[in-house]
Design a binder for this molecule. Structure first.
Ligand code: ATP
Ligand code: MG
Length: 586
């Protein structure tokens, strides 16, 4: 945990140019002196792992705090025991760090249960909350509809003393789950349904992962969230658009509990050594990140895992942050996506290709090059002696010398990609064909002299000759041929498992249910294909999560779980070009 101010690092300079409406509000509030510093928070509920949509909220909250010299808390919004799990808490912390951010303090909404309770007693004492005996169904019935006002509960006019007594007994665990509810006394005729005496507390005798069995009652989200913000001194509470209609309630609780002027409510936090300086937060809404070909609902992601459509939350097909990580996506690439998408109140669906483009852009600069053959066909260079062996030197990156050089063994027998040979080449085919020539990357020009077939008539092996005049430093080195192909020395190649991933859903809007099909029916069965491949030695003996461009094939990462230097496992992160756009055109 970092308590220092991450502040005005180079990131701050870069962002001076970001002009979205939220940053403008922050800028104005700092300029006017309304706030001395900006304090934000990222408040996930630990009921699942984070997904690509959360990356937007993370980048926004942590990004703004960093850019303007403030800080951002990570708060686990753990008011729903039963659905929540410490495993998810650890996963969330891990994912936030992986994306490149540091929280100021780690807090839990459950840290504040005593404050919430005291605040509720205050609201009751002020005549602003009451204990209702209606059950859930009756309450729904009394609430009214968008076009019809609600009706007052028969329990609405209970006296303060009776309400205090009943609420204390709710807290003491005297009543059955769901039998009573504490409600705010606002206005059953309000046009905004959120203001029709919303529930504050419900009775649920469920063990909580942090507080155990200490509480038989739990606060509702709308009540707990705004008070948590206030307690932490959050200045700008950024949330997604669906909370816009909840803002009047957010303000109602903040104003009527009035934490800054009632230190007796939060004294327990000071006693427990939790620094607390409440302030009045302001809620600001922005549009969610929606991506085509993706599902961004924890519930549905949990279903994919639970029903075995994928191997787990970190399956590289999942658009969870851990899935994307395992797939080889980079934090910088994801941050670039969020920057490109920008911040607004306009709901839209971002094309998945934009995400892939950002990842390619980052990896093009950040990934060393290697050679690998995914679908091998043997090529024997018959004019080299059987024991021919050379060690060639290849640049690790075509545009960046700082990546240095590596040694690549070269010998008489090579693996090339099966699709780089065509016995009956289509027009415009510039790779290897019978009697044709092609350049072997970093070696010279090879002519195909013989095609050897197996009994079934399949091409089993190629023979060719390497033109010695086209080797490095020879007069013919620059001789032009149209195609260049990659290769791996068969004797030196390391066998690897390569997992070729593609989009998990075969349609752009899997959960639109427009065509009457359930989103699960759109799971793309081709989204994972496993092949046995050959790697050049320098691609094999690497640490998990090492990323490479396998030349001409795409970007790949050594699997962070299964990869071993002696038994390499690579995941394809993304192809070099957008193959989906091509399909859409044809
Ligand atoms: P889900 O519906 O998947 O459960 P959620 O909104 O309930 O998502 P939370 O854990 O409550 O998930 O979210 C934590 C924060 O992340 C909230 O501030 C929420 O607004 C934000 N968030 C969630 N999904 C997105 C998204 N797709 N785009 C931007 N922000 C998001
Ligand atoms: Mg939620």
């Amino acid at each position: 945990m970092s308590t220092e101010n991450p502040a005005m690092a180079p990131a701050a300079m870069a962002s001076a140019t970001k002009q979205d409406f939220i940053r403008q509000i922050v800028r104005d509030d700092l300029a006017s002196g309304k706030h001395a510093a900006v304090h934000t928070r990222f408040p996930p509920e630990p009921n699942g792992y984070l997904h690509i949509g959360h990356a937007k909220a993370i980048c926004l909250n942590f990004g703004i705090a960093g850019e303007f010299g403030g800080w951002c808390n990570l708060r686990l919004d753990d008011t729903n025991p039963g659905k929540e799990d410490p495993e998810f808490v650890e996963g969330i912390k891990d994912d936030v760090r992986w994306l490149g951010f540091k929280w100021h303090e780690l807090r839990h909404a459950s840290d504040y249960f005593e404050v919430f309770y005291r605040s509720a007693l205050k609201l009751i004492g002020d005549g602003l909350a009451y204990v209702d005996d209606l059950d859930a169904e009756q309450m729904r019935d009394y609430r009214g509809t968008l076009t019809e006002a609600g009706r007052n509960s028969p329990y609405r006019e209970r006296g303060v003393a009776e309400n205090l007594d009943l609420f204390r007994r709710m807290r003491a665990g005297e009543f059955a789950d769901g039998s009573r509810t504490l409600r705010a006394k606002i206005d059953m005729g309000a046009g905004n349904i959120n203001l029709r005496d919303p529930a504050i507390y419900r009775i649920r005798r469920v063990t909580h992962q942090n507080t155990g069995d200490a509480w038989p009652i739990y606060p509702m989200y709308d009540y707990a969230h705004c008070l948590s913000d206030a307690l932490e001194g959050i200045t700008h509470s950024l949330c997604t658009l669906e909370f816009e209609d909840h803002r009047p309630l957010y303000d109602w609780f903040v104003d009527h509990v009035d934490l800054p002027n009632h230190p007796e409510l939060w004294q327990p936090l000071l006693d427990a050594g939790l620094p607390t300086r409440p302030a009045k937060p302001r809620q600001i809404e922005f549009s969610r990140l929606n991506l085509s070909y993706c599902i961004t609902s924890k519930r549905k992601l949990a279903q994919l895992v639970g029903e075995g459509h994928v191997a787990g939350w970190d399956d590289p097909r999942m658009n969870t942050l851990r899935g994307l990580r395992r797939r080889g996506f980079t934090p910088a690439g994801l941050r670039l996506l969020i920057e490109r998408v920008g911040v607004s109140k306009q709901n839209s669906v971002i094309d998945y290709a934009l995400l892939e483009g950002c990842i390619r852009e980052d990896l093009d600069a950040a990934a060393a090059r290697r050679m690998a053959v995914l679908d091998p066909l043997k090529l024997v260079l018959t004019n080299l002696p059987p024991d021919h062996h050379e060690t060639l030197r290849f640049a690790n990156h075509p545009k960046d010398d700082s990546f240095g050089m590596r040694e690549v063994p070269f010998a008489r027998e090579l693996w090339i990609e099966r699709e780089d040979f065509a016995e009956l080449p289509p027009k415009g085919f510039h790779r290897l064909k019978p009697d044709g020539e092609v350049r072997l990357r970093g070696v010279g020009i090879v002519k195909c002299t013989q095609v050897i077939k197996d009994d079934a008539g399949h091409v089993a092996e190629l023979h060719g000759t390497l033109d010695p005049q086209t080797r490095h430093g020879m007069p013919g080195a620059d001789r032009k041929v149209k195609g260049t192909i990659h290769w791996v020395s068969a004797r030196h190649a390391v066998a690897a498992e390569v997992r070729l991933y593609d989009r998990l859903f075969g349609v752009p809007a899997p959960d639109s249910e427009e065509d009457g099909r359930s989103w699960l029916e759109h799971v793309n069965p081709q989204a994972k294909r496993v092949v046995r491949a050959w790697l050049e030695p320098a691609a094999a003996a690497v640490a998990p999560e090492q990323r490479f461009q396998f030349e001409r094939l795409g970007y790949f990462v050594a699997d962070r779980v299964d990869h071993r230097a002696a038994a390499p496992v690579f995941n394809r992160t993304v192809t070099l070009r957008d193959t989906w756009a091509k399909q859409a055109d044809s």
